[in-house]
Design a binder for this molecule. Sequence first.
Ligand code: NAI
Length: 332
Amino acid sequence: MPTRMIVFSSRQYDVESFNEVNAQYGVELDFQESHLDAETAVLARGFETVCPFVNDCVDMATLEKLYLGGTRLVALRSAGFNHVDLPTAKRLGITVARVPAYSPHAVAEHAVGMILTLNRRFHRAVARTREGDFSLNGLLGFDLYGKTVGVIGTGVIGRVFGCIMAGFGMNVLAYDPGTPADDLLARGARYVPLDTLLAESDVVSLHCPLLPATYHLIDERALGKMKRGAMLINTGRGGLVESNALIGALKSGQLGHLGLDVYEEEGGLFFEDHSNRLLQDDVLARLLMFPNVIITSHQAFFTREALLEIATTTLGNVKAWKDGAPTNVVDG
Ligand code: NAI
């Protein structure tokens, strides 16, 4: 009998990528638009494998209900696993697997797109020409060539990003407590202390994970250390930046441009259409009003290549588990 897997929080693009890859695996897939939580876990009754997404809630109550319904594998279709109660999964004997890496180019290229958009005001220019306004006032940008970009976190994504920016002719500064990346060093990048990076960069881009040590890494103090009028890009995790502090820095002009793909309070908002409802998050509403701020809804990973890699690794994890040799297991 083939393995059955229920895919929570699924959208049309998940259906298409999983079905395309599943031709090789033959897993019986059931796509559900609902989020997974303790209420909706009942939908998974009879499915030995459950596939949640990043904003699903895989806490103790959910896991206990999944266990009673026969689930024995939680196959995350994400790298992050902060939304899973791992000790409870272990106690129940439920295996948790994840997708440790998928197209770093997708995220790095999205960060570059945000830089170009903010600098050359594409978002404003396109809206203007659609209205028949062909004036240039307010659209003045600057050459990236010869300027300095600071990369915070030079793992898989940060080093791809740094190499692209070096290709623009930018000076690359890097900060990472781990081992320096050879490919960045080969392109002339300099590893410097965090405060030096903040003080000398025209553009700062965040590519480190959200950990207790990196929570609110960019707060009022850090924003104050940045060059006046510099640009900040966050495609990492919302919690890396203290959202409230951004508003003051933008109002005073200390922060010149801001690009966010992630937001501290994105759960329940991002990935959904809220256009017919009143936005209740006052900080997000204020940020959206600045002309020098652009926000995308956790979209950086969203390329065809990345979706296919996510589906391939997830279905591979299911097959490996079924064959008795689980892969990409999260132990906690
Ligand atoms: P990675 O694990 O390869 O690299 C992370 C790097 O951050 C490592 O080199 C590590 O030493 C460094 N780091 C750890 N603590 C640090 C600190 N205090 N300051 C500076 N650097 C520090 O991870 P990868 O694949 O490059 O992903 C980075 C982050 O990007 C992920 O943790 C995730 O939060 C985010 N991401 C966002 C996506 C999106 O769609 N917006 C998609 C995928 C990942």
